[in-house]
Design a protein around this ligand. Structure first.
Ligand code: SF4
Length: 63
């Protein structure tokens, strides 16, 4: 089952928490985080990134 990452960039405060728990798919670009991929086959650590984000920017949804 493929998954889609949705990311509210406008709410991101660039704290880096998502990168700390999931650098497999998250990186900091300037003052914002950015997903390396938004279409993924396996959730991997992305739910951890979603859970740790203090701004609720990240969602992992079934396609
Ligand atoms: S954890 Fe959330 S607020 Fe912090 S950098 Fe990642 S997406 Fe942005």
């Amino acid at each position: 089952m493929p998954f889609k990452i949705s990311f509210k960039e406008e709410d991101c405060i660039g704290c880096g928490a998502c990168v700390a728990v999931c650098d497999e798919n998250w990186e900091l670009k300037g003052s914002k985080a950015k997903p390396k991929k938004t279409k993924i086959k396996e959730k991997g650590c992305n739910p951890d990134a979603a859970e740790t984000c203090p701004m609720g920017c990240i969602k992992v949804e079934e396609e």
